[in-house]
Design a protein around this ligand. Structure first.
Ligand code: MG
Length: 306
């Protein structure tokens, strides 16, 4: 993102801060200055995707070396992503095309976690806001917003903003004022860096800022909210026999990765140079928000002495 967009997104997150999980942050951060200090920071790692592995359709330089290094040193990891627009296999293929070798089990998405919470039979008709409702992993009686029955659905599923805009949102909101419905939101991000100084409006942009009585109808799955962290922590416990205190969440965004992980009891590492804070010093943002990570890493060259 460019600096204006970073400032705007940061201000947006701070405005709705009271709606995000509460956490106790460390008073200062430890600077990661070598591969050795990085590897000693944790026994297992959760990695955000956008801003940590890729920006838009490009792999971040040395991100593949980072993954290879974790494998070489037998540090288990999961990619923990708020990706909700597409089914997980699409994301696995996306990373494969970028040259990453992740298996589907190494990636945990908020969309995947959603299906562990949502009861398909709890509504006789779901209104689904998604890129393509035919790609839903689980059959739901559903309609999209182009169907005239959409506003009369019993519950809603907000997966993606690719087909959504302000006008549709205003119309939808008006219908929710008349009759409250449960709304599941699988990506609470306000924005995501897409490269070339572009940024997208994600479902959190449209939902986190709504009035209290609308907000109370919403169920958020995805960072910084707890469900995705608890799912990943449970899998790490079962599959790696590693407890959360020894797991480091690596992310580029204070209000999703760092805040959510700290609230969930994980270690946190802010990677500064590629995603949310690209081109900026995160220090004033950390000081203003009080969202202090345990560790800070400027870039991956620091690890590999490039
Ligand atoms: Mg990110």
């Amino acid at each position: 993102m460019n600096s204006l967009q970073t400032h705007a997104a940061f201000a947006h997150y701070e405005k709705i801060r009271h709606r995000l999980p509460q956490a106790h942050f460390p008073t200062s951060s430890t600077r990661i200055d070598s591969l050795n200090t990085f590897l000693h920071s944790g026994d297992g790692f959760f990695l955000d995707a956008f801003g940590i592995l890729n920006v838009g359709a490009h792999a971040i330089p040395l991100a593949k070396e980072l993954i290879a290094t974790l494998r070489k040193h037998q540090k288990p990891f999961f990619i923990v992503s708020n990706s909700a627009s597409v089914p997980k296999e699409v994301l696995v293929n996306f990373f494969r095309e970028l040259g990453f070798d992740f298996t589907a089990l190494e990636i945990i998405t908020s969309r995947e976690v959603l299906w562990h919470h949502l009861l398909p039979n709890s509504a006789s008709q779901w209104g689904v806001i998604a890129q393509n409702t035919t790609l839903l992993e689980h059959p739901l009686p559903c309609v999209d917003h182009e169907d005239e029955r959409f506003l009369h659905s019993d519950a809603f599923l907000f997966l993606s903003t690719t087909t959504w805009d302000e006008a549709l949102h205003v119309k939808w909101k008006a219908s929710l004022h008349v009759k409250p419905k449960t709304i599941w939101i699988a990506n609470p991000d306000i924005t995501a860096p897409r490269g070339n100084h572009c940024f997208s409006k994600e479902p959190g942009f449209y939902t986190l800022n709504e009035e209290d009585h609308l907000f109370e109808q919403m169920r958020f799955i995805g960072k910084p909210f707890d469900a995705i962290f608890q799912y990943a922590i449970q899998r790490a416990h079962d599959e790696w026999q590693i407890s959360k205190e020894r797991i480091v969440m690596m992310g580029d965004t204070l209000h999703t990765d760092i805040l959510g992980a700290c609230a969930a009891g994980l270690q946190t590492l802010l990677v500064e140079e590629y995603g949310f804070f690209a081109g900026l010093d995160p220090t004033p943002f950390i000081e203003q928000s009080g969202i202090t990570p345990q560790f800070r890493l400027k870039n991956y060259q620091t690890l590999f002495n490039h």
